[in-house]
Design a binder for this molecule. Structure first.
Ligand SMILES: NC(=O)c1ccc[n+]([C@@H]2O[C@H](COP(=O)([O-])OP(=O)(O)OC[C@H]3O[C@@H](n4cnc5c(N)ncnc54)[C@H](O)[C@@H]3O)[C@@H](O)[C@H]2O)c1
Ligand SMILES: [Zn+2]
Length: 362
């Protein structure tokens, strides 16, 4: 079992990473939070697998528990779903001392976290991530929100959880493609912050894909520690936090151009990381070889690494310009200068980006 402390002053919390952690959910909430009641927000898939276990643990600790189920999938990460969750919270009698448990992947975490952020101006939320992506990324750091028809994550709030409980046993039922997509963020954490994590992932890829508990626990913990280091220094993305966006400028463009249907998020950012590593070489921030090593690591996790033929460089550039992170039409990227270190580079010229995209086709 690992316990990682995230320090935000009076909003500090711990991240528990453990196989079988779900069994202790109720006692942890009861002891640390003394809530008036608990509402578990989940989706039908995760609810079917783990809902009863979570509720039994909460009820077993003597707490009142109810469940709200939202439909599965990114297309339901909407204001409408948020509205329904909030109304059900009222119907269930939730008060300001209640606690929301977000039991699921990043979609559930974002919607339930946002509901908790705004319900009665804010109630506590416990993140219980059940996808690898949510464990290594989405559940830590306090970003919550929903999509609008015009773009992803356009509405949201910063709302730190009061506890994060990652039960790595839940990954056993995760579809293989979702698992692989999660490893893209692990590789990202290695490249931007920790060569040791990069090397470990590279060497142990097969064990990780087999869901070896010890190997998975190691990469989840290391990823959480890295994300903690970054968000503790820059909670609201004024500076350093932007390095977490490595691979995401190009990756988001690819997701949006393919209608969020062709690639899982992790797959799109895998391609994005290769392109941005190449870009880093093209503009002389990194030495030659970074993109090759990045692609080799991602291929070990059976992740895509080439820009699809049907996406022109111009289309990708236009989509990047439309991204909410692009300010004043100037392209900025989080670029690694070597494995394990990354910095933000401003005013990157479009020609260099085009060149990098061309060099990353099959
Ligand atoms: N808040 C943040 O900081 C942050 C960071 C990264 C991503 N995100 C958000 O996270 C979302 C993506 O999250 P995701 O990749 O976890 O996708 P997801 O939440 O859609 O989950 C993927 C699929 O796996 C299923 N599932 C989840 N856990 C399972 C389990 N243990 N066993 C079997 N099936 C399971 C779900 O039902 C779903 O169909 C996006 O909306 C993204 O914007 C947020
Ligand atoms: Zn991501």
């Amino acid at each position: 079992m690992s316990e990682i402390h995230v320090d935000f002053g009076d909003r500090s919390y711990v991240v528990i990473v453990e196989s079988g952690a779900l069994g202790s959910l109720g006692s942890r909430i009861s002891t640390a939070m003394k809530p008036s009641g608990v509402i578990v927000v989940t989706n039908p898939v995760v609810g079917e697998w783990y809902g009863d276990l979570a509720e039994a643990s909460i009820a077993g600790a003597g707490l009142k528990v109810s469940r709200i189920t939202i439909p599965a999938g990114e297309r339901f990460k909407t204001m409408r779903t948020l509205d329904r969750v909030l109304r059900q919270m009222v119907e269930l009698g939730a008060d300001r001392r209640g606690v929301v448990v977000a039991l699921g992947g990043g979609v559930v975490g974002d919607v339930a976290g946002f509901a908790a952020a705004v319900y009665m101006r804010g109630v506590r939320v416990v993140q219980v991530p059940t996808t690898l992506l949510a464990m290594v990324d989405a559940s830590v750091g306090g970003k919550t929100g929903v999509d609008l028809p015009s773009g992803k994550n356009l509405v949201g709030a910063f709302h730190q959880p009061s506890l994060v409980l990652a039960d790595i046993d839940t990954l056993r039922t995760l579809p293989a493609r979702e698992l692989r997509a999660g490893f893209a963020e692990v590789v990202k954490h290695g490249i931007i912050f920790d060569q040791g994590l990069f090397d470990f992932s590279f060497t142990n890829a097969e064990a990780l894909l087999r869901r070896d508990t010890v190997a998975i626990e190691h990469v989840v913990c290391r990823s959480v520690e890295i994300k903690r280091e970054v968000v503790q220094k820059d909670e609201r993305e004024a500076g350093l936090r932007a390095i977490l966006n490595y691979g995401h400028t190009v990756g988001h463009a690819i997701e949006s151009l393919t209608g969020y249907a062709q690639y899982r998020h992790g797959e799109a950012i895998a391609i994005g990381m290769v392109v941005e590593a190449r870009l880093s070489e093209v503009i002389g921030v990194a030495e030659a070889g970074l993109a090759r090593r990045t692609a080799e690591a991602l291929r070990r996790f059976r992740l895509p690494t080439a820009v699809p033929a049907e996406l022109s460089a111009d289309a990708i550039l236009a989509a990047m310009m439309a991204d909410k992170k692009t300010v004043g039409g100037e392209l900025r990227f989080a670029l690694p200068d070597r494995i394990g270190h990354c910095r933000v580079v401003e005013k990157v010229d479009a020609n260099s980006v085009s060149a990098a995209i061309h060099q990353c086709r099959k």
